[in-house]
Each structure stands twice: as C-alpha cells, then as structure tokens.
Design a protein around this ligand. Structure first.
Ligand code: SF4
Ligand code: SF4
Ligand code: SF4
Ligand code: FES
Length: 747
C-alpha cells in the first residue's frame, strides 16, 4: 500500500489524504471530526437509512450522506455549516416523533447513541404533536427482547444477523412509520442467540434477557478479560457490580475479536453464581465428603501424598491439569509433578494435537502459526474437519468476514455438511474419519480413495496452488502423523502457508504449551533431551526430572481402575467422565484430590476437594488456539473459592513441611509468568501489550534435533464435541444457556 496514490480532499478547511475508496465519513474520523451516524457501521453493508451523516460538499446541489460518499480528488467537504447543523437537528426531531423518550427506565440510558446525539445536536423542543404509535414490548427469546417504539430503524441488527452471522433471523415488517423489525418465527426467534443484534443496536430497542433492568451503566465497573469457554480467546469486558458479573460484551471493539462474541461469551457467565458452586474445602470421611477448614484439607492432602510417594514411588502418582486453568497454574502443576514428585505422569484433556503441529513445523513454527487476524485476511482458507460454527465460533466469524471483506476463498474437507459449506468455493465431502486419508492423497497422491473423491481432491489442490497465501485450519480429526502429511502438503504450496489447530477450551493450547503433557516439557521440549531436562532442573532448583514419558490421561484413569496408580491429583478437569477404557469410577485409587467449581463426577468421589475460582475470578494469562496470549483479569469474587495458583501454593508449603519438595514462593501469577517467559521459547512476549489488553502471538517453536517423527498415543486427542450452547462442566451450570430451546435441539 506504501506506493498507493492517495486522494487529496479538504474537510472543514483542513487538507486530508486518504487511500482511494475511503468513505467521507471515515475520512472525517481520521482527523478526529465527528460526523454523527446511526445506520453506518464499519464492516457492514451501507444502508443510508438514518440521514444523520449529512454533510455539505462543494459543487453538489444538496447535502450528501457521508456514509455512502466516496472521497474523490479535490473534494471540499463541510461538516460544521449552519445547513448541516440544522439538518442534524431536523433528522433527530424526525427520529423522536415516535420515540417514547422513556430514558429514565430504558436499559440503554447512559450509553445510548440516540441520547448522546440529541444531547449534542438536537433541538430543545419538538414541533410534532401527533399521538405516538405504541406497541407492546416483545419477548423473542430468553435472551432477546424487542421494544418497537424505541427502534430508529437503522437496520444494523438485520445486517449483522445476515451478513455477520449468516443466520438471517431478522427482517423488516410493515412500511413507513409503521415499520418494525421482525423475528424469523413470527413471534419468536430461532437462531444462534449470539446477542450481536442487541450489542449493535444503538438504542434500547433490543435488550438482553440476562441484563435488562438490573442496573445502570454508571453503577458498574468494567473489567476486560478473556472468554472462558471455547479455545478462540475472545476478549470480553465484564460489567461487574458488587463483585457480581451482570453483563459481558466487547463494545470497545478492541482485541482479536473486535465486537464479536458468541452466545457463550456474551451470556455464559451465570455459572459463577450458581448455587451449586463449591465454597468450602471438603475431605472424605467414610462414604461422605465433609466441609473442613483450609488447614485440615491441605494437611490431609499433603500427608497422604507423602505417604503414597514414600510407599509406592513417584510412578504411583498421576496429575491431570486443566484446559481452563491459566498458563501459570498449568505450569506450576507440571512443575509440582516433575520437580516435587519426580514423575512425568502429567497430562490434560487434549482436544487438539498442538504437539503434533509444533513438532511437524519445528523451527518454522515461529512464523507458520496462524493468528486470528491473519485468518481473517488470508486469501484462501482450507478447513479440514471440525465445525467452527458450533465449536469455534470466532474462527467461523473470521472466515465469513474475510469472504465478505476481501472475497477470500474457502475450501472445506469434511465428513459432515457443516454450515460453512454454504460459504465454500469448494466442498469436498469425505466418508467419516477419512479426513487424514484425504490429506495423505493431497500430500503424496497415494492411498485408496473413492474415484469421485480423487477428482475432487485433484481440483482442490489445483485451486490452492493458485493462491498466494493459504490458511490451513483443522480439527481433532487430524493428529500425529496426519499433521505431518498436512504440513508436507502445505509446504509444497507455492504461496505462504500458515496453520491453526482447533482445540476446544479457553486454555487448551496453553496447557499443552506449558508442558502439561506426559512426553514433553514446557515448550514441547523432548524429555529425552538431557540438555532440556537439565535446564529445567536448574531453573527449578529442586528434584530430578525423569527421562521417560509418563502416562496419558486415559492411561492414568485405566491405571486407577487396575490399581497401578495409587493417587491422582486433578486440577480443574473431570477425567473420570471423559477417559478410561476400563471404566469411569475412582477404581482402586488410595487418594483422589480435586480442585473444582462444582461436584463433578470426579469431584464427587474424591478424598479431598478444594473450591476453585473460575477464569472470571482470577488474574493470569491464557493462550488461545491460534497461540495468542492474553491477560485474564479478576472480575467477580466468589466467597470461599481460591485460584488454582493459590491452591498449588498452599499445597506446596504443606508438602515442604512433610519433607517433599520445595514450597512455591511466587508472590503472584505475574511472577510465574516471568519464569515462563524465560523457560518457554516463544513466550518472551511484550508485557506492555498484555497489560493493555492486547494479544501477543507466542510463536512457540523448538528444534527437532533430528528426532524421529512424532505420533500421538491412541485416544490421547479427544474432541469434546461441544456445540454453540455447550461448554463442558461450565456449560452445564450456565442456567440461561441451558434453558434455550436451541441448546436442547443441538445437544
Ligand atoms: S441473537 Fe444473533 S443470531 Fe439471533 S437474531 Fe440476534 S444476531 Fe441473529
Ligand atoms: S432494533 Fe436497534 S439495531 Fe435494529 S433497527 Fe431498531 S434501532 Fe436499529
Ligand atoms: S467464540 Fe469462543 S471465545 Fe469467543 S465468545 Fe464464543 S465461546 Fe467465547
Ligand atoms: S449514517 Fe449515513 S445515512 Fe445513516
């Protein structure tokens, strides 16, 4: 763009230069001059419905709408003339003819664009005396309410639902002054319940079922953090009053997701105050769990761990980390397992094969991992497996928006007819579990495939070879050796190829990066690499890290059934409901310790349960599926619950007292992050970016040093198959989401 010829124009006497194709409204914003607007919304199609943005342009006979007028060479624009000011005043007078002016009780009061515009540009009286048309408020779903008289017919909601979401659940009914917005099922909505329409509405016409009439905007504090549901890592701003979350949105359009949030990010926060939250430590006495003091719980846990370690050795104890806990907490858990207990029996519920991807890319991982912004701007996207609309909503949004804004192309290989198929340039349907075989054919033109499929794949390859850059995005269907095939194919494409593995939960990627893996240290370093092991031993200053791979999560659950594992330590996971080929009970375990928010299947049968804080209740960092690291900030406070960071710190002190390992002396998660920055290649990111709410690409990479190709143990990667309305344990306790008819239909 550097050599692109700029367009010169004058705005209010000031010389302005803009790239060709820039709208006058955007040109005015560049120099900090406000042109009021309602229907204009960057990124959506132009509507020219509200006439608020009228400006005077020399040599044009009447006022022009700045939101549809493209800046041209020599154009002279005035936004501050008497004629313009009067036009704004009259437009607002029109908009208010039928408006109820119920600002004192309207949810939007205090953050309403109409209120602000009238304050700034409106008249103090109205010449209209006609009776206003009244319509009762409509409840379209548990989450979306519509108040027609407040509606200013800007159609932002209709466009965001159609163009942004590709749902098309909203339309316009009636005509003229009687026009209203209507839902897709006569009197109610059946849709993705994302709430984007509510968020984008400039007035209080669309209101949220979870927030309405609860508070006023100035009574809340605003905490920017990261959504705790899927792995996409949307930034969200929690609106908090008295330590309670009342709303979640991203109205400041910052972060990797701009204003996008799906139903889970926008409405899935009520689990924080669910009555079934665990608020006190518990210890098993006989066949029941009893509330006990923190001291008793921590002492019981430490004493029993020490006893089992002394009697049965390190290999008899296993640790399962969390794909929702922070990077710092996962790092500390694996440090506890390795440095204190001397075992590599550490894993988590792996929902994508990040190890496989980083291994296949080796040093190239530095510049070959795809960020969310690069996905949006990619010329072509190859999606293999997964259903992003359901499982990775921001990824789906980025792909759809890229197609709209840049005419990028989407190619899909999937066994199911996923919703994104309708946006695809080419859709290749493979038989179930044949995604990897298709990749093998693409990479090496080998393998047995149906004849029709071969032709489609040949065409797909030819299509991708025409593109200057290709984003390859894949789900849990592709792991281990299949990722090597994928990278072999991608590296043969003539343009730049970047990759993104799609996991399921908020810190799926972070848990893997932090070495919560039985066969890799933090940063995916090989366990049989003596140098890497010694480096960590030196950094941690205690214990000796064993060299052989430990048990995977499912092997640990099986070993619990057959008595090979004596103790299992679980932080924020529910392995007894996810894994195990031999059964799902606690089996022959002598000790089961769990950090949890709720009495899950695993927590119910534990010996010691610690009440854990959720991601909305603590500080730290998480890494999304595209390897972008962001800060968690504490929004809510739940009495009795403590962060996993605190819990591990408390336990380490008790363990030191009984003669096992060294206590953790980190003062805060930030101190742990400092260690991670030193220990994990690619995590030495800019702290200021994180502190100011930005995302930093981690670029985790490592040198393969000539090691044998990696393959993943059977059953180690398991997608949770969440839908738009489910989210593992947290989703089960999101009362509002659970009550949606769409959730029932999808689960
Ligand atoms: S909630 Fe989302 S999907 Fe439903 S109507 Fe609004 S924008 Fe469309
Ligand atoms: S409901 Fe809101 S967003 Fe939709 S047309 Fe009315 S004012 Fe605009
Ligand atoms: S797309 Fe994922 S990260 Fe974003 S709001 Fe939805 S659940 Fe949260
Ligand atoms: S913002 Fe230009 S017509 Fe509405």
């Amino acid at each position: 763009m550097a050599d692109q010829k700029l367009v010169n124009l004058k705005i209010n006497g000031r010389d302005v230069q803009v790239p060709p194709g820039t709208l006058v409204i955007e040109a005015t914003r560049r120099i900090g001059t406000e042109v009021p607007s309602f229907c204009y919304y960057p990124g959506l199609s132009l509507q020219a419905a509200c006439r608020m943005c009228l400006v005077e342009v020399e040599k044009m006979p009447k006022l022009q709408t700045a939101c549809t007028l493209v800046a041209t060479e020599g154009m002279v624009v005035r936004t501050d003339s008497e004629q313009v000011k009067n036009a704004r005043k009259y437009m607002l007078e029109f908009l208010l003819t039928n408006h109820p002016l119920d600002c004192p009780v309207c949810d939007k009061g205090g953050e309403c664009e109409l209120q602000d515009m009238v304050f700034r540009y409106g008249a103090d009286t109205s010449r209209f005396v006609e009776e206003k048309i009244h319509r009762p408020e409509e409840k379209w779903s548990e989450l979306v309410y519509y108040d027609a008289p407040r509606c200013i017919l800007c159609f932002r909601c209709v466009r965001v639902c159609d163009e942004g979401m590709d749902v098309k659940a909203l339309g316009v009914g009636m005509r003229g002054a009687n026009s209203v917005i209507i839902p897709n099922r006569e009197d109610h909505l059946e849709c993705e319940e994302c709430g984007m329409c509510i968020d984008i509405c400039p007035v209080g016409a669309l209101t949220s079922g979870t927030y309405r009439y609860k508070t006023r905007p100035w009574e809340m504090e605003y905490v920017s953090t990261v959504c705790t549901h899927c792995s996409n890592g949307c930034k969200t701003t929690l609106s908090v009053r008295n330590h309670e979350i009342l709303r979640s949105n991203n109205r400041d359009l910052s972060g990797i997701n701009q204003d996008f949030l799906c139903v889970k990010g926008r409405f899935g926060f009520d689990f924080t105050k669910h009555p079934e939250r665990i608020k006190q430590p518990m210890v098993r006495k006989g066949d029941k769990l009893y509330p006990v003091s923190w001291e008793e719980a921590a002492q019981t846990a430490a004493a029993k761990l020490k006893e089992i370690h002394a009697a049965n050795g390190a290999g008899s104890i296993g640790f399962i980390g969390s794909n929702r806990a922070s990077n710092e907490e996962n790092y500390l858990l694996q440090k506890l397992a390795r440095a204190t207990f001397g075992t590599n029996n550490i894993d988590h519920h792996r929902t994508a094969d990040y190890t496989g991807l980083v291994t296949a890319l080796g040093e190239h991982a530095k510049d070959s991992l795809l960020t969310m912004d690069q996905l949006y701007k990619s010329k072509a996207v190859l999606l293999v497996g997964n259903d992003p609309t359901q499982q990775n909503p921001l990824v789906a949004w980025q792909i759809r928006t890229g197609i709209r804004h840049f005419s990028s192309k989407l190619f899909v290989i999937n066994s199911k007819e996923i919703k994104l198929k309708r946006k695809a340039t080419q859709f290749v349907q493979v038989p179930a579990n044949h995604e990897a075989a298709a990749l093998r054919f693409l990479a090496h033109e080998e393998g047995q495939l149906q004849p029709g499929l071969v032709e489609q794949l040949v065409l797909l390859k030819a299509n991708l070879e025409k593109e200057s850059d290709v984003a390859i995005v894949f789900g849990a269907e592709i792991s281990g050796a299949a990722i090597a095939q994928l990278v072999a194919f991608g590296s043969k494409l003539p343009g730049k190829t970047r990759y993104m593995a799609l996991g399921d939960y908020a810190n799926s990627r972070g848990a893997a990066d932090m070495g919560v893996l039985p066969d890799r240290l933090p940063g995916y370093a090989y366990l049989d690499n003596t140098g890497a092991r010694e480096g960590f031993e030196k950094l941690w200053g205690s214990g000796v890290i064993p060299s052989g791979a430990g048990m995977t999560a499912s092997q640990m659950v099986d070993a619990a059934q057959n008595g090979k594992l004596k103790a299992l330590y679980v932080m924020g996971a529910n392995p007894l409901s996810h894994f195990g080929t031999l059964g799902y009970g606690r089996g022959k375990l002598d000790l089961l310790i769990v950090h949890e928010l709720f009495l899950t299947e695993t927590a119910k049968v534990a010996d010691v349960v610690f009440p854990a804080a959720s991601a909305y209740e603590k500080d730290g960092t998480v890494t999304n599926t595209s390897g972008e690291i962001q800060s968690l900030r504490k929004g809510a406070e739940v009495m009795g619950a403590r962060s996993d960071f605190d819990l591990l710190r408390i336990l380490s002190h008790q363990l030191e007292k009984v003669g096992l390992g060294k206590a953790f002396h980190y003062k805060s998660p930030a101190a742990v992050f400092e260690e991670i920055r030193k220990a994990v290649p690619g995590y030495n990111v800019e702290i200021t970016g994180l502190l100011t709410g930005g995302a930093e690409a981690t670029q985790v990479h490592f040198s393969r040093n000539g090691h044998a190709p990696y393959d993943v143990p059977v059953g180690a990667i398991k997608s949770a198959q969440d839908t738009l309305f489910t989210s593992g344990t947290l989703g089960r306790f999101c009362t509002m989401m659970e009550s949606l008819p769409e959730a029932e239909a999808k689960s």
